[in-house]
Ligand binder design. Structure first.
Ligand SMILES: [Zn+2]
Length: 116
């Protein structure tokens, strides 16, 4: 009985690592969405009208990018639980940009809603 070719084991390992990274990315998105939701709720309870300082909800493990988003844009985004807000350059190939949101600090389209 011969062992499977080395290349097969490597590709299986690579697929397992890729799946593990994807799961970690999904967990991260959910965690930062919760953090941002808490920021939004607290701001709403104090009727804050200034831009909210949110954390990027992308799936990249080391991303701590900040987004400056108006309370109105944040409120509109949260009507759709399947959507996330990320920096424009943190949208993955398998995701679709739903809407661009201007970053209030620079007035440039840095933030986007996205759906995995
Ligand atoms: Zn990011």
């Amino acid at each position: 009985m011969s062992a499977p070719p080395r290349i097969d084991r490597l590709s299986e390992q690579s697929a397992a690592e890729e799946a593990s990274a994807r799961v970690a990315g999904i967990r991260r998105q959910a965690l930062f969405r919760d953090v941002n939701e808490q920021i939004r709720r607290i701001a709403a309870s104090f009727a804050v009208e200034e831009p909210l300082q949110l954390v990027c909800e992308c799936g990249q493990g080391d991303c701590l990018a900040r987004l400056s988003v108006s309370p109105q844009d944040c409120e509109a985004l949260r009507r759709f639980p399947s959507r996330f807000i990320t920096r424009a350059d943190h949208v993955c190939d398998d995701e679709r940009v739903i809407r661009e949101i201007a970053d209030d600090r620079t007035d440039a389209p840095l933030a986007r809603e996205r759906r995995p």
